[in-house]
Design a protein around this ligand. Sequence first.
Ligand code: SF4
Ligand code: SF4
Length: 79
Amino acid sequence: MAAAAAMGSIREERPVVDLQKCNLCRECLLYCPDAALAVVDGEVRVNLHFCKGCGVCAVECPVRAITMVPEYTGDRGLV
Ligand code: SF4
Ligand code: SF4
């Protein structure tokens, strides 16, 4: 897992999912280039070991349920 750990160390932003807005359409899962998103127990989760912080998921979410937040100040990252 050394490469995965390195990914987290270079990421400047990470996605935070607003579960109140998310309608589980799974568009973000389709577009994520690193397969870092999954639906678990009826919620979209971000695997921060794989997420590189590119922001594609936030752009593609049709209901704007994903917000990119600075890596070290966000408070609702879901792993
Ligand atoms: S920020 Fe990029 S790598 Fe991270 S979950 Fe979103 S699309 Fe995937
Ligand atoms: S694209 Fe947006 S609404 Fe669709 S599953 Fe992902 S976070 Fe939820």
